[in-house]
Design a protein around this ligand. Structure first.
Ligand SMILES: Cc1cc2nc3c(=O)[nH]c(=O)nc-3n(C[C@H](O)[C@H](O)[C@H](O)COP(=O)(O)O)c2cc1C
Length: 359
């Protein structure tokens, strides 16, 4: 049976379908629960939460489903956990974005003590919670974290954009590797090279990663229906991870305007850009991307530019200014048809069975 793989067996899933986690506050407990009840693995992206926030989310998920779920974090890359930001870089960033803040009549934010939660605190919360699955991007956790996951029975899932990254993850003892092609929505999560140099598509990347490692491979990027799932399984993947199609569902925490955009003609054009966070990520194209690309700014160290942009996002959405914010989307958006996660899950399972039926 197509839906009986090492991943479904290990995690007790009905179908080898992982709902991709979303950072930036776009994950939702409702979505995790709907996907779990539909037989897949729901994931919650906790990148933007502190330890207390992560504990709260995990308790909510556990109160509503007894099935396996994943918590997801971003491994610090370079000095991203506590960036060294010069006064000059701070001022340059203020000047870069001042016109947009003025246009929306929002004051420029004051410089904070920190630009985001501490990774160590987030990681300790995850280890204490002991979720069935811990997934992560942008690197490899320390050997001690991986040991503690193993002792606690937490299944680990790392993410690779190249076969070399996949091999590093597997050699470190990570249990599963997501091979994510450049079609995927959101950030390009490369950690060994510049993301601009790691732009292999899913169709070429998955079999290369399958050949490079002995652990189960989860294919991600551009998958939105049974044809994509069947293709990924045929390429040797043991499961798929789908982001954009779940982000578009009512249960996600994406604002209505974002979800509507994903079903609109605008989603036919997505761009990989550093314009929104300073890191390369795929979004629906808009005027802000053009403006930033024309100015070619030197972005401050991550996550400073994204922190500024987060202050603009709410007011921009309130003003209906879709030309100003990020509308993360993968290249598969034009394939989207479903707006409820449970219906999407039912469709994905039935459609894959149809595509893979003999004859
Ligand atoms: C808005 C958005 C946010 C994302 N945030 C994360 C994240 O925090 N952690 C992660 O592992 N993957 C993240 N991803 C990647 C997805 O989990 C998934 O792997 C990807 O969307 C699959 O490609 P697709 O969008 O073509 O389906 C994000 C994707 C999107 C669209």
């Amino acid at each position: 049976m197509w839906n009986d793989t090492v991943v479904t067996q290990r995690l007790g899933l009905v179908a080898p379908i992982v709902q991709g986690p979303f950072g930036g506050g776009l994950s939702a407990v409702d979505l995790v629960v709907a996907v779990n009840e539909g037989g897949g693995l729901g994931s919650f992206g906790a990148h933007n939460l502190d330890g207390a926030g992560i504990r709260r989310v995990a308790a909510e998920i556990r109160a509503r489903t007894s099935r396996a779920f994943a918590l997801n974090l971003w491994i610090p890359l370079g000095d991203s956990d506590d960036p060294q930001l010069s006064d000059e870089a701070w001022r340059a960033e203020c000047e870069l974005l001042r016109p947009y803040f003025e246009e929306l009549r929002v004051p420029l934010p004051a410089r904070p003590a920190r630009f985001g939660p501490r990774f160590d605190e987030q990681m300790e919360a995850v280890l204490e919670i002991k979720p069935p699955v811990f997934s992560f991007v942008f690197g490899v956790p320390t050997p001690s974290v991986l040991d503690r996951c193993r002792s606690a029975g937490i299944v680990t899932v790392g993410t690779a954009t190249t076969p070399a990254e996949a091999k590093l993850l597997a050699d470190a003892g990570v249990d599963n590797v997501v091979a994510t092609g450049f079609e995927a929505g959101g950030h390009r999560v490369s950690f060994l090279g510049e993301p601009e140099d790691c732009l292999t598509g899913t169709l070429a990347l998955v079999p290369q990663v399958v050949d490079a490692v002995r652990v189960p491979v989860i294919a991600a990027g551009g998958i939105a229906d049974g044809r994509g799932i069947a293709a990924a399984l045929r390429l040797g993947a043991s499961a798929v991870q789908i982001g954009t199609a779940f982000l578009a569902c009512e249960e996600s925490n994406a604002p209505t305007l974002h979800r509507e955009k994903l079903f609109s003609a605008d989603a036919r054009r997505t761009t990989l850009t550093r314009a929104f966070t300073g890191r390369l990520a795929r979004s629906i194209h808009n005027g802000f991307i053009d403006a930033m690309h024309a100015r070619r700014p030197v972005y401050p160290p991550y996550p400073v530019h994204g922190w500024f942009m987060a202050h603009l996002r709410g007011p921009a959405l309130d003003a209906g200014r879709t030309d100003l914010g990020s509308f993360w989307s993968g290249q598969g958006a034009p394939l989207l048809r479903y707006r409820r996660a449970r219906e999407l899950m039912e469709f994905l399972v039935a459609d894959t069975a149809r595509v893979l039926a003999p004859g």
